[in-house]
Design a protein around this ligand. Structure first.
Ligand code: HEC
Length: 125
């Protein structure tokens, strides 16, 4: 009996560590921009439908009176350089700056801007 419990423990531990390792690998890879997008709660206003990211109303975050666009096709119009500036309120759309200034560091800003530039899914109409 003890032997069975022990071997079950080994199997369990192996499975858990395998899952953890594969998740760490994903987080380090190209999913970085997505992680920052979610960490910075951009999804409290914006969806990226093509990436399976819906708008999620976050408690304590103000709701936007304007209509924040879905960002699935952003890269068809904007490049990473423009996006980074816009997120730092150094660029505007029709004279209007982004409602939120980016709060992460320089590396995060670059990663999220490149991630958003890579969003080139044409909306289905
Ligand atoms: C409080 C709501 C809110 C949050 C939070 C927010 N945004 Fe926005 N965002 C908007 C609105 C509203 C617009 C449209 C502004 C306009 O058209 O003048 C916009 C526009 C944009 C655009 C330009 C889209 C275009 O059509 O070119 C980008 C890119 C963008 N947001 C990225 C982000 C990122 C990245 C984050 C997280 C760091 C974020 N936003 C967080 C409300 C928000």
């Amino acid at each position: 009996m003890q032997k069975i419990v022990l071997s079950m423990g080994v199997v369990f531990a192996t499975t858990v560590s395998a899952i953890c390792f594969s998740e760490a690998a994903i987080a380090q890879g190209s999913a970085d921009g997505k992680k920052i997008f979610l960490d910075q709660k951009c999804n409290s206003c914006h969806s990226i439908t093509a990436q399976g990211i819906p708008v999620k109303q976050v408690e304590g975050e103000e709701k936007n009176e304007k209509d924040p666009p879905d960002l699935s096709a952003l890269g068809l119009e904007r490049n990473a350089d423009w996006i980074a500036k816009y997120l730092m309120k150094k660029e505007s759309i029709k004279g209007e700056k982004h409602p939120k200034k980016f709060k992460g560091n320089e590396a995060d800003l670059t990663a999220i801007s490149q991630y958003l530039e890579a969003q080139k899914t044409k909306p289905k109409k």
